[in-house]
Design a protein around this ligand. Structure first.
Ligand code: SF4
Length: 76
């Protein structure tokens, strides 16, 4: 089946510790807002899947969820 939809990126800000790792690994997908909590950028939709997976895997609180065509991507 061909890949038709961009990967959906969700972030639970209540769990974010503000490490900034996601933004350093995937700066086109995440940034820290002025309160030091990560936000998902619109350009996350065009960010390479492998980069998104690496960012999600390295999140110390695992608060990033990636969904591909309706199925959550298994990070580990
Ligand atoms: S890597 Fe995780 S905990 Fe760190 S800023 Fe990003 S979302 Fe927050």
């Amino acid at each position: 089946m061909s890949h038709t939809l961009p990967i959906e990126v969700q972030l639970d800000q209540t769990e974010c510790c503000g490490s900034g790792l996601c933004a350093s690994i995937a700066p086109t997908a995440f940034r820290l807002d002025t309160s030091g909590v990560a936000v998902v950028l619109d350009t996350a939709a065009t960010t390479d899947r492998d980069v998104l997976v690496r960012a999600a895997k390295n999140c110390p609180t695992l608060c990033i969820t990636l969904t591909d065509n309706g199925s959550e991507i298994d990070l580990f």
